[in-house]
Design a protein around this ligand. Structure first.
Ligand code: DX5
Ligand code: ZN
Length: 222
């Protein structure tokens, strides 16, 4: 089994104190940092962009896991790569016509490529891409906002992708994003997920280190 990676999402951080908020999760043992980029078109919300990723790159060596919830992501791949992203994940729903080209553009920049599916999107829509990606992200909420409730009925897709990876010998990460807490983390890990994005659960915790630990230890045989 792969190591369980926790990727705190700064969407739930205090943006006025971002450096300290990032140091908090880094000091608490998180190895990845999840950055949610929203354009007000692909999703109703607007968050942060390229200059912020660039500034974050300067203050941390954590793996920057950049989640692009934007239309026509190919247009911005190079900018987010140059800003210092380690992983760039795009939505299949945002690049149906040029998905492979978009993934190629990411790997061309020597950045790891991720593909994401929204709750209503079936796995077969990304199947042709699975041989090319480093990460598959299963959204377990409708993208756009932190603090929403986990949609357990999306987890069968994680299992499906996990089994597919085993069958064909692919080694990509399987990430869930949305509604992760110590209970839902267990369900996700049992479905074959190894990267857990967690925003509100981590940033609202009184003890962030304990919160991260509780997510990591979610594995159960039951
Ligand atoms: C939602 C974002 C998530 C969000 C998760 O569109 O992609 O990364 O920050 O927040 P929680 O963990 O609070 O559901
Ligand atoms: Zn996200």
């Amino acid at each position: 089994m792969k190591e369980i990676i926790i990727a705190p999402s700064i969407l739930s951080a205090d943006f006025a104190d971002l450096k300290n908020e990032i140091k908090k999760v880094e000091n608490a043992g998180a190895k990845w940092l999840h950055i949610d980029v929203m354009d007000g078109k692909f999703v109703p919300n607007i968050t942060i962009g390229i200059p912020v990723v660039k500034s974050i790159r300067k203050i941390t060596n954590m793996v920057l896991d950049v989640h692009l919830m934007i239309v026509e992501p190919i247009k911005y791949v190079k900018d987010f790569a140059d800003a210092g992203s380690d992983y760039i994940t795009v939505h299949i729903e945002a690049c149906k016509d040029n998905a492979e080209e978009t993934i190629n553009a990411i790997t061309h920049e020597n950045v790891k490529a991720g593909i994401s599916i929204k709750p209503q999107t079936p796995v077969n829509e990304i199947e042709p891409l699975l041989k090319k990606v480093d990460l598959v992200q299963i959204m377990t909420v409708e993208p756009g906002f932190g603090g929403q409730q986990f949609m357990e009925d999306c987890l069968h897709k994680a299992r499906e992708i996990h089994d597919y990876a085993e069958k064909y010998g692919f080694n990509f990460h399987i990430e869930t994003d949305g509604g992760i807490n110590s209970q839902t983390a267990k369900l996700a890990i049992n479905a074959g997920v190894n990267v857990l994005v967690a925003g509100s659960y981590v940033y609202n915790a009184i003890n962030i280190e304990e919160a991260i630990k509780s997510l990591k230890e979610g594995y159960t045989n039951q």
